[in-house]
Write a protein that binds this ligand. Structure first.
Ligand SMILES: [Zn+2]
Length: 136
């Protein structure tokens, strides 16, 4: 192979052409080869197998934190009501009070429902439990 031919072959490779056989026929590359497609699918598989569980864990942790903040906010209003009125309120009285929560009652972001513990007079979520107890 002389120098000029070698230079042509290199130029063709750089421009994305594939050299076939001894007669130096070339064809334009269309799309991915099956090996390249398999490699890309493998990389996507590895990334998604680690990223998706991580994402679900982050969302779950964020929902847990927002729910606890909402319960703390409701508990504070319950305690303020008790100090002002010398008795504990019904939960609905606090949640439906537009002066306390002008943007609407705080909710559990995971769809849990709040109920008032009759002994501790603190709110608890049907999914996340009460503030001072561990999630089961
Ligand atoms: Zn909750």
């Amino acid at each position: 192979m002389n120098h000029a031919l070698l230079q042509n072959v290199m130029q063709l490779n750089i421009e994305g052409y594939r050299i076939r056989g001894k007669d130096m026929m070339f064809a334009q590359k269309n799309g991915f080869s099956s090996t390249e497609a398999m490699l890309i699918l493998t990389i996507i598989g590895v990334i998604s197998s680690t990223a998706i569980p991580e994402f679900i864990e982050i969302v779950s942790s964020a929902e847990d934190n927002v729910c606890k903040m909402n319960m703390a906010s409701i508990n504070t209003q319950i305690e303020i009501y008790r100090i002002l009125n010398d008795r504990y309120p019904e939960l609905e009285l606090i949640l439906n009070n537009k002066n306390l929560f002008p943007d609407g009652a705080p909710k559990c972001p995971a769809g849990g429902s709040f109920e008032l513990d009759q002994y501790t007079h603190r709110v608890r979520c049907s999914i996340h439990g009460a503030l001072n107890e561990e999630k089961n």
